[in-house]
Design a binder for this molecule. Structure first.
Ligand SMILES: [Zn+2]
Length: 406
C-alpha cells in the first residue's frame, strides 16, 4: 500500500518534470515551483530518514551484502559514506525527539535542520520545541549558531576544546585539473584569528576591486588574500598597501570574544550565558581568559558597559561602537538574509539627515541589501520585534518572502 502510493507519487513527479519548460514560467511561478519542490524534497528526506532507520535496525543491509547500514544507505541514495552515517545518526536521535520527528514527518524540516536540532536537543531536550519553531523562521546559519551555543552549555567544553586541538591539521592535495586544495581543522580561537586576518586583507582587496570596476567574486579575493598574507610572511612587502580599509568598515582583523561578565568571573558558562567568538562559535571560558591578554583580542563584557547609550555626532564611527555593532549584528540584519561576509555599516537614518553614529542608528547590512537601501528606496526600521525591511512597493520582508531575491 505504502509502496504503491510512493510509486504513484514518483510517477506523477516524473511526468511533471518531463513536461516542465522552466523558461516559459514567469519569475513568480518559478519561485512558487521552487517552494513546492523544496517541500517535496523535505518530505522525501524525512521519508528516507525513517526508512534508513529501519534498514539499520532490521539488519536487511547484512542480507544485502553491505558492510554496514551506512554503506547500504550510501549506495541506495547515491551519497558518500560520511553523509550516510550522519543521516543514520540523525534518524536514530529523532526517535527520542517527538516534536522534531513530527516536524520532519510533516515536511517542515530539511535534513540539515533536523541534524542540527537533533544534536543540540540530545544534550538539552528542553530546547527541542524552541529549536523546531526557530527553524521555520531563521536561516540555517542562524539555527546552527543557536544549536552550537546550546551544545556548548551541555557538555564539558574544555575537554571538547582540547580534543579539537589534538585533532588539528592542515592538509593539501592536487586535483585532477591541477588546482591545489586545502583542508584544515583549527580550534575556534585560532580559526577565528586566521579568518579575521584573511577577511581584513580581503576587505582591502575588495575596496581596490570596487574602485577599478572589477567583478571578481569575494571568494576569489579571499584566495588572493591568503596568498598575499603568505607572501608577506615570508619576505618584506616591497609595495606596502598604504590604503587602509574604508572608514565605515569594522576593524576586522580583531578577533572579538563575547562573554558574559558573570561567566568570565565564574570560569564556566551557565544556561542563558555565552562565551563565544561571534560567527565562529563557543569557546571555553579558560580560552577567553587567555585571549583577553592578547592584543589582537577585545573582550566585550555584555553586562558591563551600556554601549547603547554611546552616540557620536560624526560620519566616522568610533572603534568601541564598531566592536559593539559587530557583536550585535554578526549577520546582515535584514530578516531572512543571514549573510555574514563583507558586511557594511549602514546609517539607518542617513548621516546627511542628522542620523547619529549611535548604536541605535547603525546596522550591519550585506553589500546587496546596503545597495538596495541606498539606491532602490528599500527602508529599514527598528521595531520591538527586531528589524523590519520594507520594499519600495510597501511589501514587508519575512523569512518566507526572502527580500534578497528582489
Ligand atoms: Zn542581506
Amino acid at each position: 500500500m505504502t509502496l504503491q502510493t510512493l510509486k504513484r507519487v514518483a510517477d506523477d513527479l516524473r511526468s511533471l518534470l518531463a513536461d516542465l519548460d522552466p523558461d516559459r514560467l514567469s519569475g513568480t511561478d518559478a519561485a512558487r515551483l521552487l517552494d513546492g519542490f523544496a517541500e517535496i524534497e523535505k518530505l522525501a528526506s524525512g521519508g528516507k530518514l525513517l526508512a534508513a532507520r529501519r534498514v539499520e535496525s532490521s539488519n536487511v543491509w547484512r542480507r544485502n551484502g553491505h558492510r554496514s547500514a551506512a554503506a547500504h544507505v550510501a549506495e541506495a541514495t547515491g551519497t558518500a559514506l560520511g553523509p550516510a552515517i550522519n543521516s543514520l545518526n540523525t534518524a536514530r536521535q529523532l526517535q527520542s525527539l517527538p516534536t522534531a520527528e513530527e516536524a520532519v514527518r510533516s515536511g517542515r524540516l530539511s535534513e540539515a535542520q533536523a541534524r542540527e536540532i537533533a544534536e543540540a536537543a540530545r544534550l538539552r531536550p528542553e530546547a527541542e520545541g524552541e529549536l523546531v519553531e526557530a527553524a521555520s523562521r531563521q536561516p540555517l546559519s542562524v539555527l546552527k549558531v543557536r544549536c552550537r551555543r546550546i551544545k556548548a552549555t551541555g557538555r564539558d567544553q574544555l575537554q571538547a576544546y582540547v580534543a579539537v586541538h589534538r585533532a588539528r591539521y592542515l592538509r593539501n592535495w592536487t586535483e585532477s585539473d591541477g588546482g591545489v586544495r586545502f583542508d584544515a581543522k583549527l580550534t575556534p580561537d585560532e580559526g577565528a584569528r586566521l579568518i579575521a586576518v584573511v577577511r581584513a586583507e580581503t576587505d582591502r582587496l575588495a575596496a581596490t576591486a570596487r574602485r577599478t570596476g572589477s567583478d571578481e567574486p569575494r571568494r576569489a579575493l579571499s584566495a588572493d588574500a591568503l596568498v598575499r598574507l603568505a607572501d608577506r610572511g615570508s619576505r618584506p612587502d616591497p609595495h606596502p598597501d598604504r590604503e587602509g580599509p574604508r572608514s565605515d568598515e569594522a576593524p576586522s582583523a580583531m578577533v572579538h570574544v563575547r562573554v558574559d561578565h558573570a561567566a568570565l568571573i565564574r570560569g564556566s558558562v551557565e544556561v542563558g550565558e555565552v562565551c563565544e567568538i561571534p560567527g565562529v562559535g563557543p569557546i571555553p571560558v579558560e580560552v577567553a581568559r587567555r585571549l583577553a591578554v592578547d592584543s589582537i583580542l577585545s573582550v566585550l563584557l555584555t553586562e558591563g558597559v551600556d554601549v547603547a547609550t554611546v552616540a557620536h555626532a560624526g560620519r566616522t564611527i568610533p572603534a568601541s561602537i564598531k566592536r559593539a555593532l559587530c557583536e550585535r549584528d554578526p549577520i546582515c540584519v535584514v530578516p531572512g538574509c543571514g549573510e555574514r561576509e563583507g558586511l557594511e555599516i549602514d546609517h539607518v537614518k542617513p548621516f546627511a539627515q542628522g542620523g547619529l553614529a549611535s548604536l541605535a542608528n547603525l546596522a550591519r547590512l550585506c553589500h546587496w541589501h546596503h545597495y538596495l537601501k541606498t539606491h532602490h528606496r528599500c527602508t529599514l526600521e527598528h521595531t520591538d520585534d527586531g528589524w523590519r525591511w520594507t520594499l519600495p512597493d510597501g511589501a514587508r520582508s519575512s523569512p518566507d518572502a526572502f527580500a534578497g531575491s528582489g
